[in-house]
Ligand binder design. Sequence first.
Ligand code: NAD
Length: 269
Amino acid sequence: MIRGSTELVAIIGSPIAQVKSPGNFNAWFTEHGQDLAMIAVDIAEPHLASFIQALRGWNNLRGCVVTVPYKQVLASQLDQLSPRAAALGSVNVIRRDADGRLQGDNVDGEGFLKAARAHGFQPAGSRALVVGSGGVGAAIAYSLCESGVRQLVIADLDQPRAEALAERLRSHFPLLEIGNRYDSLEHFDLVANATPVGMGGTGEMPLPGVLLETLSPTALVADVVTSPVLTPFLEVAQGMGCRIQTGPEMARAQMGNLGAHMGVMPVDA
Ligand code: NAD
């Protein structure tokens, strides 16, 4: 029930009908007796700047989750960014401070890592392969670097994009081994698909079958794709005895990070 006293958070993007966050956040607010609610807001791009300006004066709004296609464009329209959001040039959550200032962060990578740790993955000293160097791949790669991986390899069909990300990360984490080359999966403790490949039940794989045969059975294999939950990539990994992490597990793990940034729930919610 939204009352006059209810404080709001929003999720903004376009389109918006497909997002799961309002259901998850509102269920949590209700279960925990909070006078808070999340609304889904579909904003057309030409009106984004005036919407952001209105947020500064929106006194009963605590913050916004940001989704496609506005994660990058909003990074340049806020009052302050966390170091990782600044490094990534993208935000997926905004806090509105009491004085109206808008503070951006990107917790995609933290949500991914929280889910991975729950599967027993220990990032410090590990070797990780991230396939996909777009918004989500970059956020996962940044968080892996922050948590002290020994070796990070970033792959992408768009090779210059993967190389540019590796270069950028090397400038932030000069002591880590960050590259774009690999010819086998056998040494990786984590192999993550951070591309949309496999989404919508196409049956496509982000890595060729011959490479997948080299997966170590001790590896954690993760996918960011949320539908289907069990992608063909994860099915193959599971068949080889690997632990797997699904896209919905990453999304669920991230809820606390998003809520904590907006100041409406604890980070481990
Ligand atoms: P993006 O378009 O920014 O990046 C995708 C990257 O994948 C591109 O660089 C592209 O070149 C690369 N790519 C595509 N096919 C490839 C292939 N076969 N091999 C190697 N690289 C390939 O997209 P994004 O914003 O990073 O989103 C990626 C996916 O993550 C989407 O499916 C999105 O729905 C999902 N996502 C999941 C969560 C979650 O919580 N599970 C959160 C956010 C986004």
